[in-house]
Design a protein around this ligand. Sequence first.
Ligand code: ZN
Length: 432
Amino acid sequence: MSKKIAIIGAVILLIIPFQSVIGLNQDIYTTNDNQIIIQNTDLDVISMINKINYSILFGYLEKIVSFGVRHVGSENCRNAAEYINEEFQQLGLESCIDSWKYPKYKCQNVIATYNGTDPTSDAVFVLTAHLDTIGNSVGANDDGSGVAALLTIANIFSNYNFNHTVKFVIVSGHEVGTYGSFDYAKKAYFRDENIIAHINVDMVGNSTCGNIIQAWTPERSYRLYYFTEEISYKYEKYIDIEVQLTAHYPMDSQSFVDYGYDAISFIQPKVFDYPIHTPEDSLDKINYPYFENVTKLVIALTAEFANKPIDVQVRFVTPKEGHAYLFNRPILKLLGLNLHRSRIRGITYLIGRTIAKINITTEEEIITVSYSIDGNTDYYAIFTESPYDWKIQKPIMSNFRLIGKHKLGVHVCTSTGKTAYDEMDFYALTPI
Ligand SMILES: [Zn+2]
């Protein structure tokens, strides 16, 4: 009997330190080239979901609201950012305050990084929520709820490992024109950050329509929505929320779309029924069962995404976002002014026909690469062999050359039927 206990004890001692490092149910396997790959099991994701509760969400939200009205550039906003930065650091994330400055406003973002464990992956999954408020509002729901949700997720994540890097970016300047997210997305693009998806969480603490969360999704990112829907069904026993696909509205996710990334914004339904931007947006308005369910969906989605193998990915290399081209030569890197509503942030100007070049990441055989203009392709824009370069020009079936603003797209299809897509806006200054 005592021998048995000793053996069991030894086994437990061997297992416990290992588990505390890698998370309770994580499978680890080694690939041919000796890389360690982490695979969270469904049980892991369920345990992450189950760790989300009232007290952790309320704790963060109460603290954020305690800083008071947090106008862009204010001391309150700065103090709240410093608290959040320290909190991320205490959770073991690499976190820093990143200041930004534009002609009318200056403020700061908090950028917290949870590094992935797969050394071959440069993929980054970005979550944002905004810290600033407007009017006489302490912004409990708008967007204290989003910030508290992200802190909660980071807190729970710090006990697990993921293959890809996850970044928690608390932005500011949202209420005066999404400055902080614009600043982050622009800098990320120019340092070549491979953002595989961006999720924005803004106002998720109150619903007058039951357990529904809206996903404001640009067309290019529908696949992100379908993945979210898949996750909500997969964990429906643990997450009581219905995801609704909704037309895109240019919130902070627009900043990422403008720099060529896929993005989605989660927001409660009938948002304009809520007393936004008033003193009534206070702690007592938060409906915790609803808030918990949305946060559970976001943690499950992030955990699944952060370990998801990337079967195929395509990205435009040329032309670059935010540049002006004379034929194939980039002649000007644009400053990137935050003209938010004009929709010209990160836009690319073309004089003459520029050759589009792409970068494809896949281990599978590529069957076709097809380019499109405003959603239409033609015979001469479909390739079956490398190099897949294409001179950007009007589709052959169209009578008129292109001028003004258009959308360039590229689809890649592999032998097993996997697909990838990238797109960018450009402005033709001469007919092409
Ligand atoms: Zn907001």
